[in-house]
Write a protein that binds this ligand. Sequence first.
Ligand code: 5GP
Length: 184
Amino acid sequence: MPQGKLIVITGPSGVGKGTIVRSLLQNHPQLSLSISATTRNPRPGEADGQDYYFISKEEFLEAISNSGFLEWAEYAGNYYGTPRTKIEELLDAGKWVLLEIELVGARAIAEIFPDALRIFILPPSLEELEARIRKRGKDSESAINQRLIRAKTEIAAKDEFDICIVNQDLATTIEEVEKAIFDI
Ligand code: 5GP
């Protein structure tokens, strides 16, 4: 049994998960982030091995068949997966590991690690979410539409999570996430 702790952060695209996770990592060096693999193309400014491992669909499918992922999901036309070995090493070493993943992956993790803390981040409204995705300016119109459709499904599942936090104000949201993780 792993001695570490898994913390899953889920919520629709554009809700601010990335910013929240970056702040957590900066302020709490005891936390580690699992870097996912994806078949999506890098956005401007994203680096391989830092934001994601950007791999081809063939490599992704091969990793699936070699049980290389703890969980994986298709999202808006691309594949995303959590590399298994690194997580297992971190948990065995007693580390606290953050996973920033979508709903299907969060459900899979709940099956494998029932003790994982699962946090769902909500937007103040769907209108606000759309405005945030558009403001980010990094996705095509069709990618934005796919993300908004998926957002509705994800939000409908929010009650499956241990804690739901509305990201109205970033600083307050981060405090609430910290409280949930560290029980402070
Ligand atoms: P994006 O393309 O915006 O970086 O990510 C799209 C969605 O995929 C986000 O909800 C993100 O949290 C999720 N995601 C990123 N990595 C993984 C992963 O390894 N597994 C799963 N299931 N979802 C992921």
